[in-house]
Design a binder for this molecule. Sequence first.
Ligand code: UFG
Length: 339
Amino acid sequence: MRVLVSGGAGYIGSHTVIRLVEAGHDVVVVDDFSNAKPTVVGRLEALTGRPIPVHAIDLTDTDKTEHLFAHEQIDAVIHFAGFKAVGESVAKPLAYYQNNLDSTFSLLRAMDRHDVRTLVFSSSATVYGAEPELPMTEDLPTSATNPYGWTKVMIEQILSDVAASDDRWRIAALRYFNPVGAHASGDIGEDPSGIPNNLMPFVAQVAVGRREQLSVFGDDYDTVDGTGVRDYIHVDDLAAGHVAALDTVGSRAEPMSVWNLGTGQGVSVLQVIKAFERASGRPIPYEIAPRRAGDIAASYADPARANADLGWRATKTIDDMCADTWRWQSKNPNGYPDA
Ligand code: UFG
């Protein structure tokens, strides 16, 4: 298939581009580079040995999106593009709702006009809300605790309604747990701008000397050691999950499918720190800080549905995730170059 990857220059998108090419698909990237560096593209081309066509446009621009579909022969879309910082979404709710919803509307309309009705959407375990049952199964009710999370809940609802409206659609929403790690080459990885919001890039920047110490947000949760527990999944396993979903969704009986992509294993913040110290051979200084607003104690997937329907499972351990993150971070201490 010729697959349009929106947000294909971003963290998860770039790893998925590599997996798609390896699986024999053609890829077209669309990215507005608001949260990605153009230099990732040359690295993708070097790793895949292929030119990667890139459209540097904002999908909320309906004319440009239409033009893209009119000029590229697209068979299917993987839609990663979107704003994703939880805290920023609380400060700028309108920007989040407008960007994440408008880009999806623009994309869906262009797809429909051009008879492209196979879509894999980048959703999140955040749709399980504030007090989820564990492990999380796809049948749990959805809700959110911040505007970013609500955009995921809302887009899933929109996709489900669109899928129900016309049996030619085949749509998958993939609910990611906590993606971490990097490509085995160390040339592609997560490059957050500013101070990292998420644990693994923060830990990696402490290890490489860019930050002095980590704040551990709370040590009084009802978990194995009091710190927050998450289901960390290697980004390369996650990327493989997208290829499996794309290859499966077209032959599904129902127009809309939802799959958790996680390992099913919970790992605490202190366990991540220890694993990173082993992988890097460096100490990770930390202090215990107050809980972060909106955090839940524990989150981990029941990945059984994806395992069964997609013939996919996460294969990499927390040690693999830390080793690959460290290879990326130590090879690229300041992330991607500007040019
Ligand atoms: N944490 C720290 N210190 C930090 C950063 C994080 O102790 O500097 C802790 C958090 O409190 C939490 C764990 O590390 O216990 C993981 O935090 P992350 O920010 O890495 O990940 P979250 O689970 O909070 O958020 C992720 C995604 C969101 C998504 C959410 C729910 O980043 O996009 O999962 O699915 F909404």
